[in-house]
Design a protein around this ligand. Structure first.
Ligand code: TYD
Length: 201
């Protein structure tokens, strides 16, 4: 049987990555094989593209095209083979991030993103997307005390406001696969919310 595809999304500083080890354990306790991966990245080539994407200034459409180039490789080499053999794939970000950052944040036309999405993904879509949501002020405060920021993490509150709104729009328009996790509460409470969601898939 084909595996399920779960993605984690949210603004920088929303704290999604903290939950990955717990989610893997929960899924494994259901007896499934888990392939944990991330975007941009997930393959040797994708990780090289990630270094460029997170460090080099570039035209917003170049950024979009490179995100999808890394994604094409990721789908072909990692995501599809895993799902086909019945493994569940957990990806730290996927195409919703391109809608949020490149379209919402940088202003690339959504029509162009839709075209690239259908070219690169055909009908591949996540079965479940957890959107870790926090107010922009909280995310900006968390980023200020974090390690050396990358290109995206150095952006302004205005940029993060656009990202958050674009993510919330995605969730509203895709209610069947999105679950919004309130990340603006004590970590144990966030963990409980995540656990409830994961145990119902
Ligand atoms: P992130 O997932 O936050 O990794 P880390 O936790 O190691 O900082 O970093 C990836 C960055 O890439 C993040 O700022 C969002 C950005 N990104 C896009 O702009 N578009 C995309 O399509 C993807 C997948 C990521």
């Amino acid at each position: 049987m084909r595996g399920k595809f779960i993605t984690l999304e949210g603004m920088d500083g929303a704290g999604k990555s903290t939950h990955i080890p717990d989610i893997i354990k929960l899924l494994e306790s259901k007896g499934v094989e888990v392939t944990s991966t991330r975007e941009p990245g997930g393959t040797a080539l994708g990780e090289q593209l990630r270094v460029l994407l997170l460090n080099e200034a570039m035209h917003p459409e170049t950024e979009t095209l490179l995100m999808f180039a890394a994604r094409r490789e990721h789908i072909a080499k990692v995501i599809e083979p895993a799902l086909a053999r019945g493994a569940w794939v957990l990806s730290d970000r996927f195409t919703d991030a391109t809608y949020a950052y490149q379209s919402g944040g940088r202003g690339v036309s959504a029509t162009k993103v839709i075209e690239l999405e259908s070219w690169v993904q055909a009908d591949l879509q996540p079965d479940l997307t957890l959107l870790f949501d926090v107010p922009v002020s909280v995310s900006v405060e968390r980023l200020a005390s974090a390690r050396a920021p990358d290109k995206f993490e150095r952006e302004s509150s205005e940029f993060f406001t656009k990202i958050r709104n674009a993510y919330l729009d995605r969730a509203k328009n895709n209610p069947n696969r999105f679950r919004i996790v309130n990340s603006n509460q004590a970590l144990d409470d966030v963990k409980l919310e995540v656990k409830k969601i994961i145990l119902t898939v």
